[in-house]
Design a protein around this ligand. Structure first.
Ligand code: SF4
Ligand code: SF4
Length: 384
């Protein structure tokens, strides 16, 4: 077990199952550990460092997805192995638990397995997201070092093409079969879009039949190549946003696989009567940018989340002090003291005011999430 003492108690990363557990001060004392000076102050003081880092190990990718949030290209930058390992070392020293490798296409790096092994040696939990382009039986075996591999899969043929602009479904499905044959735990990342929303259950069933153990649903973000009219065409309409929670309920009972949602989807819960303490207990959190989450770009900058602009050059000091830095305080200003209707929302403590990337794209970093059903009702004057 890896323990990180915090003002509230401690975070404990378990070895027996891949889980991160929050322990209160009493529970930590029972383990024979005292929080020292950290426990002299209030329990709700800021935590010592983020929990998870999204690390772009390359900006190179040949897929050309039309909505790529990073605007990755075939000749994108590829940081040296030693530079990425140096960043992992700093993240480990700062107390980060999970590193999520992304890109660009991580598989375009021949040393991806070695990077995963380096993370393991540093007691970090590495996961990686791939389109599957470049997957072979040998590469799949190499990925056993990762705690989990996430394959980007937006559905069979037409659904995939409409989201990404090319038919990569077969490539993703082949990658899943190779991972299953190599006994690598894998899940899928499925982006919800207006045109493919009705095909989600079918797409999930297909991935599960190929061995996926987890399904992570993601909101389309207006970043990189996915802005402007591209975003307007892809984002869920209000009726679909209200249908997300019923969809999650159906998927949760549909078979032997886990269902997860990304940070930006929590506002959709506002269309339903959902107990926020229940969401918190199961680790369903909204915008954690610059708080429990940070991102490291391929050129070595640090930002509040993968979709946000760089806030500072990367260093161990900036990792530790990220939540106190001025650009991040500005980025998080809405979450910390939001206007109506977030200020009176029962979900505020978990949602944190919705996605800042979507709000910025709509015109203001400090405005409520303009696609939240509760925000829309407030603007129409029909909020109950
Ligand atoms: S009103 Fe604000 S806090 Fe509440 S769910 Fe919507 S975006 Fe989140
Ligand atoms: S701004 Fe917040 S909710 Fe939006 S993608 Fe970043 S972390 Fe997630």
């Amino acid at each position: 077990m890896r323990l990180r003492v915090e003002p509230f108690g401690a975070w404990a990363r378990l070895d027996s199952v891949p889980a991160l557990v929050a322990l209160d001060r009493d529970a930590v004392r029972r383990l024979g550990i005292d929080g020292g000076a950290l426990w002299d102050g209030p329990e709700d003081a800021p935590e010592t460092a983020p929990l998870e880092a999204h690390v772009a190990v390359t900006s190179r990718c040949g897929a050309g997805c039309k909505g790529c949030y990073l605007d990755a290209t075939p000749d994108g930058a590829v940081p040296a192995f030693e530079d990425v390992v140096g960043r992992l070392e700093a993240l480990a020293r700062a107390g980060i638990f999970t590193v999520a490798f992304g890109g660009g296409e991580p598989l375009s790096r021949e040393d991806l397995g070695a990077l995963g092994a380096a993370a393991r040696r540093l007691k970090l939990s590495p996961v990686v997201t791939t389109s599957g382009i470049g997957m072979t039986a040998e590469r799949a075996r190499e990925l056993r070092v990762f705690e989990q591999v996430n394959v980007s899969y937006d559905g069979a043929s037409e659904a995939y093409r409409s989201v990404r602009g090319f038919d990569g479904a077969k490539i993703a499905e082949r990658a899943m079969s190779l991972l299953a044959a190599a006994a690598v735990p894998f899940g899928i990342n499925l982006v919800l879009t207006r045109g493919t929303f009705d095909a989600v259950e079918e797409s999930v069933a297909r991935a599960v039949s190929l061995g996926a153990r987890e399904v992570q649903l993601l909101r389309f973000k207006p970043a990189g190549r996915g802005t402007g009219t591209q975003y307007e065409a892809a984002r869920l309409d209000e009726g679909q946003a209200r249908e997300v929670v019923p969809l999650l309920a159906r998927l949760s009972g549909a078979g032997n696989f886990r269902v997860r949602i990304d940070c930006a989807m929590v506002p959709y819960f506002s269309a339903h009567d959902v107990d926020p303490t229940l969401l918190a207990r199961y680790g369903v959190y909204g915008c954690e940018a610059g708080r429990r989450l940070l991102a490291v770009t391929s050129d070595g900058s640090i930002s509040p989340c993968s979709f946000a602009a760089p806030a500072a050059p990367f260093s161990e000091r900036t990792v530790r002090g990220l939540h106190r830095s001025l650009p991040v305080l500005a980025f998080r200003g809405h979450a910390d003291s939001p206007p109506a209707p977030c200020s009176t929302c029962a979900l505020r403590s978990v949602c944190r005011g919705g996605c800042r990337i979507v709000a910025s794209h709509a015109g203001s970093l400090s405005a409520p999430d303009p696609e939240c059903p509760r925000v829309l009702a407030h603007r129409r004057g029909s909020l109950a």
